[in-house]
Write a protein that binds this ligand. Structure first.
Ligand code: PEP
Length: 251
């Protein structure tokens, strides 16, 4: 039985004051027993979140990680060993904003995925198609290629210790959401791709949906058989809304 996960990607948002307020709100939430909750603050606020959420059932992850696991001469980067030392347990890899706006290649994100696991962090691998690709009916091909590149480089077993987030690029931060059936179709294809390599890994892998998830659409999305929770952007910056999404995951 897979546990549901609700993860909040705070992106490049927050000040010390707004993060403190968010932490206060999150600390007041009751996390349902079958749900894992995580937040991904900016690097600057990771320590504040870890300290502020001590004793809460909320894990803290990073939005990015260096390609090498050990500390070293790599100005501006943060090693997975440093994230683990700080108390992080997860890291986002291959978010579409990094693929598209920063130009992160498959080769780079594969190294980041491996660097995260080398230090015991759980990578959350983000995959998803653009609007043009969906309209050209290339969704499954694109997502299959993104996932396949990691499987090919690192092997299927790495997905026993990873989470996959399907995030259609056209739904991120746009207010547009994939319908539950559209999301389910892609999640089923992802699970089938994993199953073709290893049925046990496929059965255990948690597949999150991301793209304008809110309390209002979470119940229907999370009710689909291959959707094991959500990666939430904008709505995770509001503790009440995020709390309502967490409750939806517990239903
Ligand atoms: C995201 O950035 O991962 C995301 C899903 O954002 P939003 O919920 O705002 O669409």
């Amino acid at each position: 039985m897979r546990r549901t996960m609700v993860a909040g990607n705070w992106k490049m948002h927050g000040t010390r004051a707004s993060v403190a307020e968010l932490i206060t709100g999150l600390s007041a939430l009751t996390v349902p027993s079958g749900v894992d909750v995580a937040v991904f603050p900016s690097f600057l606020h990771i320590g504040q979140a870890i300290d502020g959420l001590k004793g809460q059932a909320i894990a803290v992850g990073a939005q990015n990680v260096a390609v090498q696991p050990e500390q070293g001469a790599l100005t501006g980067e943060v090693a997975s060993s440093q994230l683990a030392d700080a108390g992080c347990t997860l890291v986002l890899v291959g978010h579409s904003e990094r693929r598209q706006l920063i130009g992160e290649s498959d080769e780079v994100l594969i190294r980041k995925f491996a660097a995260a696991q080398a230090q015991g962090l759980t990578p959350v691998l983000c995959v998803g198609e653009t609007l043009e690709q969906r309209q050209a009916e290339q969704t499954l091909e694109v997502v299959g290629r993104q996932l396949g590149s990691v499987i090919e480089a690192l092997g299927i077993e790495v997905f026993a210790r990873a989470v996959i987030a399907y995030e259609p690029v056209w739904a991120i931060g746009t207010g547009l959401t994939a319908t539950p059936q559209q999301a389910q179709d892609v999640h089923a294809a992802i699970r089938a791709q994993l199953a073709a390599e290893n049925a046990e890994v496929a059965q255990g892998a948690r597949l999150l949906y991301g793209g304008s998830v809110k309390a209002a659409n979470a119940v229907e999305l999370f009710g689909m058989p291959d959707i094991d929770g959500g990666l939430i952007g904008g709505a995770s910056l509001n503790a009440d809304e995020f709390g309502a999404i967490i409750r939806a995951a517990g239903n």
